[in-house]
Structures are given as C-alpha cells and as structure tokens.
Design a protein around this ligand. Structure first.
Ligand code: ACO
Length: 705
C-alpha cells in the first residue's frame, strides 16, 4: 500500500520534470514530449534521460534518473512497455512523486499483471502513477505541456480529464479552434492508479479552473468518485461525456435489477445524483464548459427571452422547457419593464418580441432594460437576420451586452440565425468567447446546464440516513445458506432476512398438524393462503398443494385435508414437512425495490413499477447508496407511474412513507452487508396511507466466496 501520498499539487505544478526515453529523433514521442515541455514556457528544471547521452534541444541528457540533481517531482516515462517496470523502479528509488507512464502494452491489451506489478511497486515506495497508456498532462498553473499533442494549447479556465487518448489528443487542437481556454488537460488512460477522483480534488481547489469536463469510458472506484463529485459540484460545475451505452455485462446478471441496471442507466442516475451535468457529445460538452467557466451563477430563476422573431422565440420557449429553464411570466412586471422599449405591435409577454422590424436601438433598449431589472435573472437574446438591422452591428451589440451582463453578474446567452454574414459574426464573437450559437437549442442548453448546477448548489447536501440493522441476525441467515453451499437464499430464508431487516412480508407460519393450522389461522386472521411445504414438490399448484382465499376456520380445515390428499396423490413418496399458512395479500399497487453491488459504483438501489411486466415497462429509477428520505422520494418521483402512488382518479394516496422506509432499509442492507450482492423485492405491494406495504416475494443473492 501507499507509504506516502504526495501532494497532488506537485503533479500540476511540478518544480522539476524528467523525461525517460527522451530522444534526439524528432519523430519519436520521447522527443515531442520534451519539445512541448520546452516550448510551453515551463520554468522548472527539465531533465532528458537517455543512455546515449549528448544534448537534446540544448538540454544536457543524463544517463539515468540517479544522475538527476535535487528534488524530482515528475517523471514522464516514454520507453517501450517491457522496460517500464525497471524505469518506474528507478523513479521510485529516486524519490519521484509522480510518474506519467505514456507507454502502452498493459491492461488495455490484457497485460494486467505487469500493470499491477508496476503500480504496486510505485505505491509501496510512495510514488503515484498516471496511466499507463496516456498522452500526458498539460497544466496552465505551471505552465507545462508534458504531452505529445500539437502544442499551442490556449490557456484558460476549463479543465479536461480524458480516458480516451486519441480523442483527448485531438481535443487539444479542437479546444484551440473552438476557443476553449484550458486550465489543465489530463490523460488518465488505464487509470491503474490515479483516476478522475484524485485529479478533481486538485482541480476543484485550483483557482484557474472554473469548470471541469470529463470524458469517461468506464469507471474505477466508482463509489469514491461519486463522493468526490458530490462535494466538488458544490464548488464548480462538472460536465461528463460518457461513451459506451452498452447493456452487455448487465444482461448476464441474475436478477431483474441486474438486467435493468444497464450500465448507462446507472451511470446517468449516479452522475445526476452527484450534481454532474451530462453532455451527449463533445460539442455539447465544450459549449457547456466554455459557458460555465465564464458566467456567474444566476441570482434567481426568472429568465427572459428577447427576440425579433416570433418563431425562434417559440423554439426557445420549447427549449427552455426541455432544459429546465423557467421563464418569467409576471405579465404586469414584464409590461412595466419592456413597454418603453418595445414597438406597439410587439409583445411584452415573455418572449419579448421586438418584431422583424426591430432596430439595433430597440435591441439595445430591451437588453439594457433586462440587465437593469432585479426581477430578471437571466436572458436569452435571439436574432433572426432581417433587412432592418445592419448585420455588421450585430457582433459589437452582442459583445458589448455580453460584457455588460458579465459585469452585472447576470447570465446571458445569444443565438443568431441567418446567412453567411451572420455566421461570420458568430465566428468573430466566438473568438471573443461570447456564448453565441446559430442553433437556439444549443444556446438554451448552456443556460439549462447552468440552472441545473445552480439548483444542485442550492439543495442542501445529502445527509445519509440509515436504519439500525441486527447484522449478527443477518449473518446467521446467510451462514445457513453458505453451509448448504448456496449463493442464494431459499424463500423461507429470504423471509427471515426481510423480518430482520424490517420489511413486512405476509405473516406466515408452517403448521405440522390440523390443530396447529387452525391455531395459526386464527392468530393471523383471514383471508389466508395455504401451501404444502415439501422439497419433493416443486410445482405446488400443479400438485393441488395450494389453496387461496380461505375466509374461515372451516375452509382452513377443508383445505388442510385437501392439500395433504392432493399432494400424496400427485407425488406419492413426497416428504411433507408441513403446511404453510400465510396471510393472503390484498391487491394493491405493485412496486419493485432492487439493490445490488454495482461493479463500478458499489451499492446502488433501484425503484420502480413492479409485477410481472417490470422488464417490459422499464419504469424504474436508480440511486447510489447512501440515501436519505428526500433523495429516496426524489428517486420515486422519477418513475412515470409515480402519480399512482399519489392517488389518481379518486383513489386514495398510497402509503408512501412505508415505501420509503422499505427502500431505505434495503439500501442499508446492501451498504452494510458485504456478503449480499443482490436483493430484489417484487412485488412490494403498497396499500393506502396508514395501511403499509407487503413484500410478497424477495430474492437475495450472496457473494461468491
Ligand atoms: N532509459 C532511458 N531511455 C531509454 C531506456 C531507459 N531505460 N530504454 C530505452 N530508452 C530510449 C531509447 O534508446 C530511445 O531513444 P533513442 O531514440 O535515443 O534510441 C527512446 O528511449 C525510445 O525508445 P524506442 O525503443 O525508440 O521506443 P519508441 O520511441 O519507438 O516507443 C513508446 C516508445 C512511445 C513508449 C512506445 O513503446 C509506446 O508505448 N507507444 C504507444 C504510446 C501511446 O500511444 N500511448 C497512449 C497515448 S494516447 C493515444 O492513444 C494516442
């Protein structure tokens, strides 16, 4: 394990860097990296390492790391995979803090053992590894560019962490072309040691960084990452682009919960829960991060659309609904603010329609009025090309208003739609980092992202709630199954477990005589179900071993005798342990509660509409554990069938509090009890308020030992 945990600041602000495998050959990666370090204006010490010696780019080449004088914060390893372990070993002995292993040929091609060996050695000597299989790291704070990218990174306020190498390298050029200023760019590659969570701990405190973009393919240490993200998103906006929406892997899982929990559904839910914004594409990710890095947080939710076109105003209104942007609808207030600057035939209802005849002065007036009003917290400024407005004046109008709004701390986005001269204006404005788009949806998506971030910051942090669990009693149930060599619980074990957990199952006991059956029936109350208990009778109904809807003592007596008779006739030598007498579950709303240890995110819970059509309906939602009541209610409210819980068409509302209790209890078990991997209650029948819930069937899977 780690002996020392070097200060992550030294990775981003190294005082010295060595490149092992620096080469004279300008075509080699080891040369390009050295060249980028030199040309990025790095002010610390740079040490090329190569047994051939000599000079590269005017720097004296040292034969090995042992020859480097003074402290050494960062080493970049660019030697063929088979030499990496020895190089890492030398770096660790040299007291290096971080080793950026560029080399490929490890877990990405199945060579996981060598990768583990390298990381274990480094950690045992207090050195951290970035990679392997990375293109490197750029940090504006140093500044230093330790990558083999094209160079010329434009410094700014967006940090990018990418798991994809080639895409990340290409992003370097793209960010420059798209005027996304970069505070840091980190390639995490195989994430054998350092991962997104470690890097975010630095970036969230880095004053250069105003927003963070992550490109993720798969998650390592998901539970820890979520915890880091939860805290980080309270300080800075984080946007994630995730590829790989495959359900493979999940499909093989043994429970509904497993197969429903397609990795992407879980990822999306968990990121939302952690306050991370999800972008569908790199373009959307860039747009969001660029905007979020510059704008200030709104002071409230009232947004106003200012437009010279009715159609584009309606499009923007639709987009606002899609992206969760609230439009100010106080018509009186809007009239007071905008009537002095709106033409008579325009509209002061939101969208504020200046009409196709709008002049530059009217635009200026409307944007000025919105900037000055405390009732307006954000603005969407739209422009459709007309002959009434000199397109050459558009760029200065938008740029000046952008500056005015930035200074006023009021978010604004722009959209302009028209021909070549409009596009040219958009290009010029983008260079000045004005958030302007030809597509109104792109503009509103940026504001929507800001509002999601704003709302997240304004929700109180989650204080987990857990229930007390008798872990010893749980263990006892599990031990029984283990002793039998099983990794699942039988129905009666699952019932016992649910009793310990405190999720109500139908009351039930096994009778061994007629008298006992009657006594149990009287105790539980009617209606009842009776079932034969025999390990030799698998299909109880087919064997006539089940009686439903028993309403009184006489029916219980008749059923007891009939079940024994039928069972003996159907399977003559069956060993009959007794007859189970069970409370008959009334009809109610059928729900499902699932919980599992997700390979990426650790414990998660699922809630949804239950019953036999659960996989067809897929009306489900997910959360990472731990949870509290508020978060559980949020999760429940996400399913389409939620109104059924609140009561529709004159029905009484269901006992939502008891459903929440059941979810929290299941969540606590999956978090606390590591030997349980999956729990599924389906259906959990919910009754009217005050009448509770009943878990009709519970399936529990255990970890393989
Ligand atoms: N110490 C110092 N220098 C050494 C050592 C050592 N122990 N061993 C070898 N070297 C020197 C070599 O002599 C050579 O220098 P030279 O040109 O003076 O002879 C230099 O290190 C490089 O070694 P080469 O054998 O020439 O290796 P090459 O440069 O061709 O490849 C590399 C090395 C780039 C690490 C390669 O093995 C590799 O892994 N490439 C893939 C990198 C990659 O794609 N990473 C993921 C990035 S993200 C993406 O997907 C784009």
């Amino acid at each position: 394990m780690t002996n020392a945990n070097p200060d992550i600041r030294r990775l981003f602000e190294p005082r010295s860097v060595a490149v092992v495998g620096a080469s004279q050959d300008p075509e080699k990666i080891g040369h390009k990296i050295l060249q980028n370090i030199v040309s990025s204006g790095y002010r610390g010490a740079i040490h090329p390492i190569n047994p051939h010696g000599g000079e590269i780019l005017g720097l004296p080449v040292l034969p090995d790391l042992a020859a480097v004088p003074g402290e050494l914060d960062v080493v970049c390893t660019v030697v063929p995979g088979r030499f990496v372990f020895d190089s890492v070993k030398a770096a660790a002995h040299r007291g290096v803090k971080f080793d950026l292993v560029i080399s490929s040929g490890f877990s990405e091609v199945g060579n996981s053992e060598e990768e583990r060996r390298i990381v274990a050695y480094a950690l045992a000597h207090g050195m951290r590894i970035l990679g392997p299989n990375i293109f490197g790291l750029y940090s504006a704070a140093a500044p230093v560019d330790i990558t083999f990218g094209p160079g010329g990174i434009v410094p700014g306020h967006v940090a990018i962490i990418t798991q994809s190498g080639a895409l990340g390298l290409a992003m370097i050029g793209k960010t420059a072309a798209e005027h996304v200023g970069i505070s840091a760019m980190v390639s995490v590659g195989n994430k054998a040691d350092l991962n997104e969570g470690d890097l975010i701990e630095y970036l969230v405190e880095d004053e250069n960084t105003q927003s963070i973009l992550m490109y993720i393919e798969g998650v390592r240490e998901g539970a820890r990452l979520v915890e880091t993200l939860r805290q980080a998103t309270r300080k800075k906006p984080i946007v994630v682009i995730k590829s790989g929406r495959s359900r493979r892997g999940a499909a093989a899982a043994a429970s509904h919960t497993g197969s429903l929990a397609g990795s992407d559904d879980v990822f999306a839910a968990v990121m939302r829960q952690a306050g991370v914004l999800r972008a569908e594409s790199i373009k959307e990710g860039f747009n969001l991060c660029k905007f979020l890095a510059r704008t200030s947080l709104p002071k409230g939710k009232n947004t106003v659309i200012v437009t010279n076109g009715g159609g584009i105003g309606v499009l923007a209104t639709d987009a606002c609904e899609k992206y969760g942007v609230s439009l100010l609808d106080d018509t009186q207030r809007l009239h007071e603010i905008f009537s002095p600057v709106t033409p008579d035939f325009g509209s002061t209802k939101n969208p504020i329609d200046l009409t196709g005849g709008a002049t530059e002065a009217q635009y200026e007036g409307a944007l000025g009025a919105a900037a000055a009003s405390d009732s307006i917290h954000a603005v969407i400024a739209l422009y459709c090309e007309t002959a009434m407005f000199d397109a050459a004046k558009l760029a200065p109008l938008f740029a000046e208003n952008n500056t005015r709004y930035l200074q006023a701390g009021k978010p604004i986005v722009f959209s302009a739609f028209g021909g070549g001269s409009i596009d040219a204006n958009i290009g010029r404005l983008a260079e000045q980092r004005v958030p302007v788009f030809d597509d109104v949806y792109e503009a509103v998506a940026c504001l929507g992202g800001l509002y999601r971030h704003f709302r997240h910051r304004n929700t109180p942090p989650l204080v987990p709630e857990e229930v007390d669990l008798d872990l010893a009693a749980l263990d006892e149930v599990i031990r029984g199954a283990r002793a039998d060599g099983r990794t699942f619980l039988l129905a009666d074990e699952a019932q016992r477990l649910m009793r310990v957990v405190g999720v109500p199952m139908p009351r039930s006991r096994v009778a061994h005589s007629l008298e006992e059956a009657v006594a149990i029936a009287e105790e539980i109350g009617y209606p009842l179900v009776m079932k034969v208990v025999s390990r030799d009778i698998l299909h109880k109904s087919d064997a006539g071993g089940v009686a439903l809807d028993l309403d009184n003592r006489n029916e219980v007596i008749d059923a007891y005798q009939a079940i024994l008779r039928n069972a003996r006739a159907a399977v003559p030598n069956a060993r009959i342990t007794g007859i189970e007498v069970t409370e008959m579950v009334r009809r109610g709303l059928e729900l499902i509660i699932g919980a599992r240890r997700d390979p990426g995110f650790g414990p998660i819970v699922m809630f949804g509409l239950g019953g036999i059509y659960v996989e067809v309906m897929k009306d489900i939602s997910f959360r990472a554990v731990p949870l509290n009541r508020a978060e559980t209610l949020d999760m429940m409210a996400e399913i389409r069938a939620y109104p059924l819980l609140r009561g529709v068409r004159g029905e009484d509302p269901k006992d939502i509090d008891r459903v929440v209790d059941a979810v929290l209890r299941v969540a606590t078990v999956i978090r606390r009890c590591e030997s349980i991997t999956d729990i599924e209650i389906n259906p959990l029948v919910a009754y009217e308020e005050g009448q509770g819930v009943r878990a009709v069937d519970a399936r529990v899977l255990l970890a393989k030992v």
